[in-house]
Structures are given as C-alpha cells and as structure tokens.
Design a protein. Structure first.
Length: 184
C-alpha cells in the first residue's frame, strides 16, 4: 500500500483530481499546506482526509519548518509525496528524507520554463506548444527526472487565461494518470 501525502499551497483542483483516482493500491492519508485558510482545507474536510497547515512564517528557517513536516509524515507512515502546486522550495534535508518519493506537478514542458510561473513564461515566450510535466523532485529547481509530460497546443485565439486554463486541465489529467498507474 502506498501512503500518499498531497502538498498544495492553494490548488484545490489538482488535489481533487488526485483524490478522484480509484487505484486501490494508493491511500491518500494527508493533505498538507503552508498557508492558513488554503482552499485545500475544505477539500480535506469533504473527503475526510487528515489536514495540516505548517505555516512557514512560524519557523526561523526552512530546515526547522521541514523537520516538523518530516516528523509528521514519518509518524503517519507516508511513503509518497505529491507537490500539487506547493509553492515552496524544499531543501536537501527534505529531499534526502524522501529520496525518489517526491513527485511534482509543473506547468510547462520541462526543461523549458522552470519555476513557479511556468504558464506565464511559456505564454510570454509565444511558444506554439506548452503543457505540463510530472517529475521527481531533486535538490534543483525543476531538474528531477521526468516521469511524464502532456502537451497542450497554443491556439491563435488564446489569451493568457484560456491558455493557462487548458494547461491546468492537462496538469490535472497527467497527475491523475500517474496516480492511477502506480504499482506498489
């Protein structure tokens, strides 16, 4: 059995996509955020999943923040973490505790447009195609091994919001496919 923790700063749509999976080898045990009043709290409540906010502003540094999170994850026997638009860079301390067990949903076709605003970077670059990447998290910024990618064409009539919406839908589909395909 894979015990999953979903980390999200505020993206309840990707979280709901993961929770809609029917893979009986995966149990979502936790939803974690770093922002009080995140919309993911309501999702956790609706699905009766344990929820915890570790507000990074309550800690003196990243590692002390991550140590509290790691203690909680270990107590809950978590063996897979998905970052569903978790808007925090993690340190080698965190990565080292879950080596090859952290997966990120990224809004571009890596290695292009790394960082938090992949949608905007791709749109402003005028690319004909963008999409999303599901990849393992390592110590770099969006440099981990790619698991899967889903391409999304940029349409002539796209403005930024329509483009972002279609890429976001691809992110939901891609992470759903990943979780459904997990064999533990």
């Amino acid at each position: 059995m894979c015990n999953l923790a979903i980390f999200s700063t505020a993206d309840d749509k990707i979280v709901r996509s993961i929770l809609s999976c029917r893979n009986n080898r995966v149990k979502t045990k936790l939803i974690i955020t770093n922002v009080p009043d995140s919309p993911v709290a309501e999702v956790a409540k609706k699905y009766n999943i344990k929820y915890r906010c570790f507000d990074h502003r309550d800690y003196k540094d990243r590692v002390s923040h991550e140590k509290d999170i790691v203690r909680f994850l270990k107590k809950e026997k978590i063996n897979l973490v998905i970052f569903a638009h978790y808007m925090r860079l993690v340190t080698k301390y965190f990565v080292g505790r879950f080596k090859d067990k952290i997966v990120n949903v990224h809004p571009s076709l890596l290695p292009d447009f790394k960082g938090a605003d992949g949608y905007r970077y791709a749109f402003e670059a005028g690319v004909k195609e963008s999409g999303c990447t599901i990849h393992y998290v390592d110590e770099g910024l969006d440099t981990g091994e790619i698991i899967l990618q889903k391409a999304v064409p940029r349409l002539e009539e796209d403005d930024f919001h329509s483009f972002k919406s279609r890429v976001h839908e691809a992110e939901c589909d891609a992470i759903h496919s990943f979780v459904e395909s997990l064999v533990v």
